[in-house]
Design a protein around this ligand. Structure first.
Ligand SMILES: Nc1nc2c(c(=O)[nH]1)N[C@@H](CN(C=O)c1ccc(C(=O)N[C@@H](CCC(=O)O)C(=O)O)cc1)CN2
Ligand SMILES: NCC(=O)N[C@@H]1O[C@H](COP(=O)([O-])[O-])[C@@H](O)[C@H]1O
Length: 187
């Protein structure tokens, strides 16, 4: 059984879709939700599904062992970043080479990097009058949004779009594609 930990900081809609997709899956299971924000919606989703949670301490994450020991002790095989807003430290990347994947709400390499998360991404896309946006699923390296892109899907940006209406269209792409891409990566 491949054991997945999902790292998330927010509402957790992607985490929910991934949990549901792998519920009763013969080879893959979501075993842990890791979060850096007390009270985040993703923690409630974990509780709804009886999935253990781990709340990160900033000091230990960035200047300690990056929770490598805890993840290895839980026999986690693969890490999914689903709206996780801290930079994953080198120690964790080195412990999980090629086994950490992230979803970004834009068509990389555009609209990525520090500060490019959530509504900030959609605001920049709209401000630049782009006619197309989308999602990128990529392996995680030590830089933000720099790792190998393994999947992209695009959508229209409408002239009257707001960051909220664009975010909704992006979420639909994320919820459709992220879990199947993870399944393919773990095949
Ligand atoms: N080592 C890596 N860590 C992370 C990556 C990555 O590619 N390599 N991806 C991010 C997710 N992400 C975009 O997809 C992203 C998330 C957050 C930020 C950002 O600027 N964060 C702020 C802090 C925000 C906060 O604490 O609320 C910052 O660093 O100042 C950029 C991109 C996950 N980790
Ligand atoms: N750069 C990282 C980033 O912006 N990630 C984005 O955070 C949202 C989390 O939504 P969710 O909590 O509902 O899954 C998603 O749209 C994801 O692409």
């Amino acid at each position: 059984m491949k054991r997945i930990a999902i790292f998330a900081s927010g509402a957790g809609s992607n985490a929910r879709k991934i949990i549901e997709h792998f519920n009763h899956h013969p080879r893959i299971s979501v075993e842990l939700i890791v979060c850096n924000k007390p009270g985040a919606g993703v923690l409630n989703i974990a509780d709804e599904h009886g999935i253990p949670t781990l709340l990160l301490d900033k000091e230990q994450f960035f200047r300690g062992n990056a929770y490598v020991d805890e993840l290895k002790a839980d026999e986690i095989d693969f890490i999914v970043l689903a709206g996780f807003l801290w930079k994953v430290p080198a120690a964790l990347i080195q412990a999980y080479p090629g086994k950490i994947v992230n979803i970004h709400p834009a068509l990389l390499p555009n609209y990525g990097g520090k500060g490019m998360y959530g509504h900030f991404v959609h605001e920049a896309v709209i401000a630049n009058k782009e006619t197309e946006s989308g999602i990128s699923i990529h392996l995680v390296d030590e830089l933000y949004d720099h790792g190998k892109v393994v999947f992209q899907a695009s959508c229209e940006v409408k002239a009257d779009d707001t960051p909220e209406t664009l975010a909704q269209r992006i979420h639909e792409l994320e919820h459709k594609h992220f879990a199947p891409v993870i399944e393919t990566l773990l095949s």
